[in-house]
Design a protein around this ligand. Sequence first.
Ligand code: F6R
Length: 242
Amino acid sequence: MEVIILPSSKEIGALAADTIEDLVHNLPRAVLGLATGSSPLPIYDELARRHDESGLSFTQVHGFALDEYVGLPAGHPESYREVIRREFTNRVDVAPENVHGPDGTATDIAAACLAYEEAIKAAGGVDLQILGVGTNGHIGFNEPGSSLASRTRIKTLADQTRQDNARFFDNIDQVPHHVVTQGLGTIMDARHVVLVAYGAGKAQAVRDFVEGPVSASCPASVLQFHPHATILIDEAAAAKLT
Ligand code: F6R
Protein backbone atom coordinates (compact mmCIF):
# COMPACT_ATOMS: atom_id res chain seq x y z
CA MET A 1 0.00 0.00 0.00
CA GLU A 2 1.48 3.31 -1.09
CA VAL A 3 0.31 6.36 0.89
CA ILE A 4 0.82 9.80 -0.68
CA ILE A 5 0.04 12.96 1.32
CA LEU A 6 -0.78 16.01 -0.79
CA PRO A 7 -1.68 19.60 0.14
CA SER A 8 -5.32 19.58 -0.95
CA SER A 9 -8.14 17.76 -2.72
CA LYS A 10 -7.22 19.62 -5.91
CA GLU A 11 -3.74 18.06 -6.06
CA ILE A 12 -5.23 14.69 -5.10
CA GLY A 13 -7.72 14.96 -7.96
CA ALA A 14 -4.95 15.95 -10.36
CA LEU A 15 -2.67 13.06 -9.37
CA ALA A 16 -5.49 10.52 -9.62
CA ALA A 17 -6.45 12.02 -13.00
CA ASP A 18 -2.80 11.66 -14.18
CA THR A 19 -2.96 7.95 -13.34
CA ILE A 20 -6.28 7.52 -15.14
CA GLU A 21 -5.07 9.52 -18.15
CA ASP A 22 -1.94 7.32 -18.44
CA LEU A 23 -4.07 4.20 -18.20
CA VAL A 24 -6.51 5.34 -20.88
CA HIS A 25 -3.66 6.36 -23.21
CA ASN A 26 -2.01 2.96 -22.86
CA LEU A 27 -5.25 1.00 -22.78
CA PRO A 28 -8.07 2.83 -24.58
CA ARG A 29 -10.51 0.04 -23.65
CA ALA A 30 -9.70 0.40 -19.94
CA VAL A 31 -12.33 -0.60 -17.38
CA LEU A 32 -12.76 1.98 -14.62
CA GLY A 33 -14.43 1.28 -11.28
CA LEU A 34 -16.42 4.38 -10.33
CA ALA A 35 -17.15 5.52 -6.79
CA THR A 36 -19.71 8.18 -5.85
CA GLY A 37 -19.95 10.44 -2.79
CA SER A 38 -17.91 13.63 -2.43
CA SER A 39 -14.39 12.21 -2.46
CA PRO A 40 -14.04 11.38 -6.19
CA LEU A 41 -15.53 14.71 -7.37
CA PRO A 42 -12.15 16.49 -7.78
CA ILE A 43 -11.02 13.54 -9.95
CA TYR A 44 -14.13 13.73 -12.13
CA ASP A 45 -13.80 17.55 -12.36
CA GLU A 46 -10.20 17.23 -13.48
CA LEU A 47 -10.95 14.49 -16.03
CA ALA A 48 -13.82 16.58 -17.44
CA ARG A 49 -11.49 19.60 -17.67
CA ARG A 50 -8.86 17.56 -19.52
CA HIS A 51 -11.54 16.21 -21.85
CA ASP A 52 -12.70 19.77 -22.67
CA GLU A 53 -9.30 21.42 -22.84
CA SER A 54 -6.93 18.76 -24.14
CA GLY A 55 -9.14 16.17 -25.78
CA LEU A 56 -8.69 13.37 -23.25
CA SER A 57 -11.07 10.76 -24.65
CA PHE A 58 -12.95 7.87 -23.08
CA THR A 59 -14.86 6.56 -26.11
CA GLN A 60 -13.90 2.93 -25.57
CA VAL A 61 -13.73 3.03 -21.77
CA HIS A 62 -16.19 1.02 -19.68
CA GLY A 63 -17.26 2.17 -16.21
CA PHE A 64 -18.66 0.02 -13.42
CA ALA A 65 -20.23 1.71 -10.41
CA LEU A 66 -19.27 0.45 -6.99
CA ASP A 67 -22.69 0.51 -5.44
CA GLU A 68 -26.32 1.62 -5.62
CA TYR A 69 -29.15 2.39 -3.25
CA VAL A 70 -32.03 -0.06 -3.05
CA GLY A 71 -35.47 1.53 -3.01
CA LEU A 72 -34.83 4.70 -5.01
CA PRO A 73 -36.78 4.73 -8.25
CA ALA A 74 -34.78 4.61 -11.51
CA GLY A 75 -33.85 8.17 -12.45
CA HIS A 76 -33.88 9.48 -8.84
CA PRO A 77 -31.27 12.28 -8.76
CA GLU A 78 -29.45 10.67 -5.81
CA SER A 79 -29.37 7.18 -7.32
CA TYR A 80 -25.72 6.45 -7.95
CA ARG A 81 -26.40 5.69 -11.61
CA GLU A 82 -27.64 9.30 -11.97
CA VAL A 83 -24.83 10.74 -9.84
CA ILE A 84 -22.17 9.03 -11.98
CA ARG A 85 -23.82 10.28 -15.17
CA ARG A 86 -24.12 13.82 -13.82
CA GLU A 87 -20.70 14.08 -12.19
CA PHE A 88 -18.61 12.18 -14.70
CA THR A 89 -19.77 10.21 -17.70
CA ASN A 90 -22.09 12.86 -19.21
CA ARG A 91 -19.26 15.41 -18.94
CA VAL A 92 -16.88 13.32 -21.03
CA ASP A 93 -17.35 11.04 -24.05
CA VAL A 94 -17.93 7.69 -22.33
CA ALA A 95 -20.56 5.83 -24.39
CA PRO A 96 -23.74 5.63 -22.26
CA GLU A 97 -24.04 1.90 -23.00
CA ASN A 98 -20.57 1.41 -21.50
CA VAL A 99 -21.65 2.69 -18.08
CA HIS A 100 -22.84 -0.06 -15.78
CA GLY A 101 -24.17 -0.12 -12.24
CA PRO A 102 -25.65 -2.63 -9.83
CA ASP A 103 -29.44 -2.76 -10.20
CA GLY A 104 -31.04 -1.54 -7.00
CA THR A 105 -34.53 -1.84 -8.52
CA ALA A 106 -34.36 -5.53 -9.50
CA THR A 107 -37.09 -7.79 -8.19
CA ASP A 108 -34.52 -10.57 -7.90
CA ILE A 109 -31.61 -8.73 -6.28
CA ALA A 110 -29.49 -11.86 -5.82
CA ALA A 111 -29.70 -12.68 -9.53
CA ALA A 112 -28.92 -9.05 -10.43
CA CYS A 113 -25.82 -9.16 -8.18
CA LEU A 114 -24.61 -12.32 -9.85
CA ALA A 115 -25.23 -10.78 -13.28
CA TYR A 116 -23.21 -7.71 -12.23
CA GLU A 117 -20.25 -9.85 -11.21
CA GLU A 118 -20.49 -11.64 -14.58
CA ALA A 119 -20.63 -8.33 -16.46
CA ILE A 120 -17.44 -7.12 -14.74
CA LYS A 121 -15.74 -10.41 -15.62
CA ALA A 122 -16.97 -10.28 -19.22
CA ALA A 123 -15.50 -6.77 -19.58
CA GLY A 124 -12.11 -8.18 -18.54
CA GLY A 125 -12.16 -7.04 -14.91
CA VAL A 126 -11.57 -3.60 -13.47
CA ASP A 127 -8.25 -1.99 -14.42
CA LEU A 128 -8.49 0.93 -11.99
CA GLN A 129 -10.95 1.21 -9.12
CA ILE A 130 -11.56 4.66 -7.63
CA LEU A 131 -12.56 4.50 -3.96
CA GLY A 132 -13.51 6.80 -1.12
CA VAL A 133 -13.64 5.60 2.48
CA GLY A 134 -16.48 5.96 4.98
CA THR A 135 -15.90 7.49 8.41
CA ASN A 136 -16.43 3.95 9.76
CA GLY A 137 -13.86 2.44 7.38
CA HIS A 138 -16.27 1.12 4.76
CA ILE A 139 -15.34 0.90 1.09
CA GLY A 140 -18.14 0.58 -1.39
CA PHE A 141 -20.93 -0.03 1.07
CA ASN A 142 -19.12 -2.87 2.79
CA GLU A 143 -19.90 -1.84 6.31
CA PRO A 144 -17.90 -3.05 9.33
CA GLY A 145 -18.41 -6.79 9.71
CA SER A 146 -18.40 -7.45 5.96
CA SER A 147 -16.61 -10.59 4.86
CA LEU A 148 -13.20 -9.79 3.39
CA ALA A 149 -14.06 -12.26 0.60
CA SER A 150 -17.55 -10.86 -0.14
CA ARG A 151 -18.94 -10.39 -3.66
CA THR A 152 -21.67 -8.06 -4.95
CA ARG A 153 -24.71 -8.37 -2.68
CA ILE A 154 -27.36 -6.46 -0.77
CA LYS A 155 -26.25 -4.80 2.48
CA THR A 156 -27.89 -2.78 5.25
CA LEU A 157 -26.35 0.67 5.76
CA ALA A 158 -24.87 1.45 9.16
CA ASP A 159 -26.61 4.29 11.06
CA GLN A 160 -23.39 6.29 10.79
CA THR A 161 -23.40 5.99 7.00
CA ARG A 162 -27.05 7.03 6.74
CA GLN A 163 -26.22 10.06 8.90
CA ASP A 164 -23.15 10.85 6.78
CA ASN A 165 -25.16 10.60 3.55
CA ALA A 166 -28.19 12.54 4.80
CA ARG A 167 -26.55 15.68 3.36
CA PHE A 168 -27.44 14.47 -0.13
CA PHE A 169 -31.16 14.20 0.77
CA ASP A 170 -33.74 16.56 2.30
CA ASN A 171 -33.60 14.64 5.57
CA ILE A 172 -32.27 11.39 7.00
CA ASP A 173 -35.61 9.60 6.62
CA GLN A 174 -35.15 9.75 2.86
CA VAL A 175 -31.81 7.91 2.98
CA PRO A 176 -32.45 4.29 1.98
CA HIS A 177 -31.60 1.57 4.49
CA HIS A 178 -30.36 -0.89 1.88
CA VAL A 179 -27.81 -0.86 -0.92
CA VAL A 180 -26.29 -3.20 -3.44
CA THR A 181 -22.51 -3.05 -3.31
CA GLN A 182 -19.54 -4.72 -4.90
CA GLY A 183 -18.00 -6.94 -2.25
CA LEU A 184 -14.56 -6.61 -0.74
CA GLY A 185 -13.48 -9.63 -2.81
CA THR A 186 -14.82 -7.90 -5.94
CA ILE A 187 -12.90 -4.71 -5.13
CA MET A 188 -9.74 -6.70 -4.41
CA ASP A 189 -9.90 -8.16 -7.95
CA ALA A 190 -9.31 -4.71 -9.47
CA ARG A 191 -5.78 -4.50 -10.87
CA HIS A 192 -5.12 -1.07 -9.32
CA VAL A 193 -7.05 0.60 -6.51
CA VAL A 194 -6.84 4.36 -5.95
CA LEU A 195 -8.46 5.50 -2.69
CA VAL A 196 -8.86 9.22 -1.99
CA ALA A 197 -9.74 10.86 1.33
CA TYR A 198 -9.68 14.43 2.62
CA GLY A 199 -10.44 16.22 5.83
CA ALA A 200 -10.21 15.58 9.56
CA GLY A 201 -13.41 13.53 9.51
CA LYS A 202 -11.55 10.75 7.68
CA ALA A 203 -8.42 10.77 9.89
CA GLN A 204 -9.48 7.94 12.20
CA ALA A 205 -10.64 5.72 9.34
CA VAL A 206 -7.36 6.37 7.50
CA ARG A 207 -5.34 5.50 10.58
CA ASP A 208 -7.36 2.33 11.17
CA PHE A 209 -7.09 0.97 7.64
CA VAL A 210 -3.49 2.00 6.96
CA GLU A 211 -1.91 1.16 10.33
CA GLY A 212 -4.43 -1.02 12.13
CA PRO A 213 -4.86 -4.76 11.84
CA VAL A 214 -6.54 -6.23 8.76
CA SER A 215 -10.01 -6.88 10.08
CA ALA A 216 -13.63 -6.95 9.00
CA SER A 217 -14.19 -4.27 11.69
CA CYS A 218 -12.42 -1.87 9.33
CA PRO A 219 -13.26 -3.11 5.83
CA ALA A 220 -10.79 -0.79 4.02
CA SER A 221 -7.94 -2.53 5.89
CA VAL A 222 -8.25 -5.40 3.38
CA LEU A 223 -6.41 -3.08 0.97
CA GLN A 224 -3.23 -3.81 2.95
CA PHE A 225 -3.33 -7.14 1.06
CA HIS A 226 -3.80 -5.53 -2.36
CA PRO A 227 -0.74 -5.74 -4.62
CA HIS A 228 -1.31 -2.27 -6.08
CA ALA A 229 -3.21 0.10 -3.79
CA THR A 230 -2.52 3.84 -3.92
CA ILE A 231 -3.88 5.98 -1.09
CA LEU A 232 -4.07 9.74 -1.79
CA ILE A 233 -4.89 11.85 1.27
CA ASP A 234 -4.51 15.40 2.51
CA GLU A 235 -2.72 16.50 5.69
CA ALA A 236 -5.94 16.55 7.71
CA ALA A 237 -6.84 12.98 6.75
CA ALA A 238 -3.23 11.94 7.50
CA ALA A 239 -3.18 13.62 10.92
CA LYS A 240 -3.58 10.43 12.97
CA LEU A 241 -0.92 8.40 11.12
CA THR A 242 2.11 7.70 13.27
C1 F6R B 1 -19.64 5.62 -2.75
C2 F6R B 1 -19.06 4.68 -1.83
C3 F6R B 1 -18.71 5.04 -0.43
C4 F6R B 1 -18.06 6.41 -0.28
C5 F6R B 1 -17.81 6.72 1.19
C6 F6R B 1 -17.22 8.09 1.36
O1 F6R B 1 -19.85 4.99 -4.01
O2 F6R B 1 -18.87 3.57 -2.21
O3 F6R B 1 -17.83 4.07 0.08
O4 F6R B 1 -16.86 6.44 -1.01
O5 F6R B 1 -19.02 6.63 1.88
O6 F6R B 1 -18.15 9.05 0.97
P1 F6R B 1 -17.73 10.56 0.77
O7 F6R B 1 -16.74 10.57 -0.34
O8 F6R B 1 -18.99 11.27 0.38
O9 F6R B 1 -17.14 11.01 2.05
